[in-house]
Write a protein that binds this ligand. Structure first.
Ligand code: ZN
Length: 148
């Protein structure tokens, strides 16, 4: 899924399960679960050549900025304290995609990311159907906005 969907899911989990050691594996599992659901993301189209690495990179930066804005809106604006748990959760939630980024953009796979990348490729389900691919993520974002 997009970074915004992953990031706010992680923030939601981390703010509900406030022990970071307990929330960490659940947040990581949420990333792979969400990537298993057919979705569109900014890497969709890279493998079949319908999108360039530059387009995917720029899309990823926009997605990251949107995630940061959503974190501020959902957890920070009405909170006088720094929402550390929300930021922690978002960081953990997008970690699998960061580990995958060197292989996608640089053609280099660090040894420590190999098992995570293999799991990612096994589970990841992209769709070019924009209604399903974006609709599922809008549903996730709306649900978290209402439940947070
Ligand atoms: Zn992913």
């Amino acid at each position: 899924m997009t970074l915004i969907a992953h990031g706010i899911t992680g923030a939601f989990i981390a703010t509900k399960i406030t022990n970071p050691l307990l929330s960490f594996p659940i947040i990581i599992a949420s990333h792979y679960f969400e990537d298993w659901i057919p979705h569109f993301d900014f890497g969709t189209g890279l493998s079949n050549g319908s999108k360039t690495k530059k387009d995917a990179f720029i899309g990823g930066l926009v997605d990251f900025a949107a995630m940061c804005l959503a974190l501020l809106w959902f957890w920070q604006l009405a909170n006088p304290q720094i929402a550390w748990l929300a930021y922690y959760g978002a960081f953990v939630a997008i970690l699998p995609d960061f580990l995958h980024a060197p292989e996608v953009f640089l053609g280099f796979q660090p040894f420590f990311s190999k098992p995570f990348d293999q799991l990612h490729k096994l589970i990841h389900t992209s769709t070019n159907n924009k209604v399903i691919g974006i609709g599922t993520q809008v549903a996730v974002i709306l649900a978290i906005y209402l439940l947070r």
